[in-house]
Design a protein around this ligand. Structure first.
Ligand code: 5GP
Length: 116
């Protein structure tokens, strides 16, 4: 659920803190991860703070999740050979640190090590 404090991603969406935004639509935004783990490492983030993780998003707004996946393909087509890894860390033990749902789009020279 929504935290009382705006997430760092909400602050990026609101342009309160700088980021390298590469694409946005009415309800999604994509920007470069500050600590890239692959030659292309973007975060694709629903603008709404309503969903903490992909399971909540899938249950609450499956069409928005489908648009996020379509955006991943478009961005990968533009920036890599069109093949990509899409990672949703879900839960602290799985490496999730920001509880505002986001996909890691990784591409361009992937190894087993760069799982987001
Ligand atoms: P998680 O660990 O929750 O799956 O992913 C959070 C991601 O957000 C991390 O890969 C981390 O590098 C990235 N990140 C954290 N703070 C910032 C920031 O201020 N700007 C950007 N562009 N990325 C951030």
């Amino acid at each position: 659920m929504t935290n009382a404090e705006p997430s760092i991603f909400t602050r990026i969406i609101e342009r309160e803190i700088p980021s390298d935004i590469v694409w946005e639509s009415d309800d999604l935004i994509a920007f470069r991860d500050i600590a890239p783990k692959a030659p292309v490492h973007l975060l694709i983030v629903p603008k709404t703070p309503q969903y903490a993780n992909v399971v909540e998003l899938a249950a609450g707004d499956p069409d928005l999740l489908a648009r996020l996946v379509a955006a991943a393909q478009t961005l990968a087509d533009e920036r890599t050979d069109g093949q990509f890894r899409l990672v949703f860390n879900t839960g602290e033990e799985a490496g999730q640190t920001i509880f505002h749902v986001h996909a890691h789009l990784l591409g361009g020279g992937l190894t087993e090590g760069n799982l987001g």
